[in-house]
Design a protein around this ligand. Sequence first.
Ligand code: NAD
Ligand code: GLY
Length: 360
Amino acid sequence: MNTLTVDLGDRSYPIRIGSGLMASPALFEPAILGRQVMIVTNETVAPFYLERLKHILTRYQVDTTILDDGEAFKNLKSFDLIMDHLLTQHHSRGTTLIALGGGVVGDLTGFAAACYQRGVNFIQVPTTLLSMVDSSVGGKTGVNHRMGKNMIGAFYQPKAVIIDTDTLKTLPAREMAAGMAEVIKYGLIRDAGFLEWIEANLEAVMSLDPVALVHVIETSCRCKANVVSEDEREQDVRAILNLGHTFGHAIEAYCNYKDWLHGEAVAVGMLMAADLSSRLGWIDREAVERLSLLLSRCDLPVRPPLSMKPEDFMNYMALDKKVVEGAIRLVLLRAVGRAVVTADYPAAVLQATLAHFTTH
Ligand code: NAD
Ligand code: GLY
């Protein structure tokens, strides 16, 4: 097992990574504060892993909330269901919530933990690659509103993140690829050497080689943990974690959050950000081609939906959380392995990138 720390003073917490961790009560017990536990999961993940987790928690009152599966259920109705279960099972302020699932379950459970009786303990047990390398770490929690994704939420850190890499064995290949987009992101924003490692070891990662998997998850989590430790509330550097997300969110919103997975939209978004960076002369064309090839090798898309036009991108990008006084701030690449957040680029260059990706 490998352990990292998210360094946030007295709210610091461990990220534990390894095979078979869900069989180890000793990993969970230090992070469970009282005698009560509420496991929140969904109808897809529960049949695979719920009993396995319950089996090691025999010392506690364990209750469960099983949600419907999907982004559409990351809403206040599911939140309300968790509250109902906590109250009807008489969970006190000493309870511990455990999120067992992907980013949807993790974001929802974290938000429920932040709100129940003004804040109770919680543990993340992520089961998708995306949630292992991104959403379970860093304390962004929340739900969607019909008028916008992640519009209701809180920064609220877990007590521990426990990553059992064995759970990836049941993850569909398309979800695995979507997680790889966020992994590649870390190489692009902060670690050119890691990007080279991914290029050399992609097949091992995709075939779930245990050593390669732990390396990829650990390196990604270390990058995220460092950024979060530097800027927990995204006043500054944390925004670089959104490389490709401004273009990507435009794709997701244009598709009504259907058909495209988040990681797929981020993949195209990162390529568009790289294209724009190369038009500014910051990285060379070869780096853009290299990224395109790597995304394709992961079976990730490299073009937005065929029907999308530059004005569609502009309309949705104007709603991005990073827009300040009307200026669309983008995460761009000063170099491969060095991201910056800037609104200081000629509008014509953004238009050239949008035209390039929407001309067929
Ligand atoms: P997800 O939670 O919807 O999971 C993807 C699918 O895989 C679901 O159908 C799920 O039931 C299934 N699944 C999960 N684990 C499985 C397993 N081990 N075996 C088989 N099937 C499994 O999606 P996701 O990609 O994990 O997360 C996306 C969510 O994360 C979005 O809501 C996004 O907003 C959020 N997110 C949050 C942050 C953050 O910092 N909090 C960062 C990135 C993304
Ligand atoms: N996924 C972006 C962040 O955690 O800030």
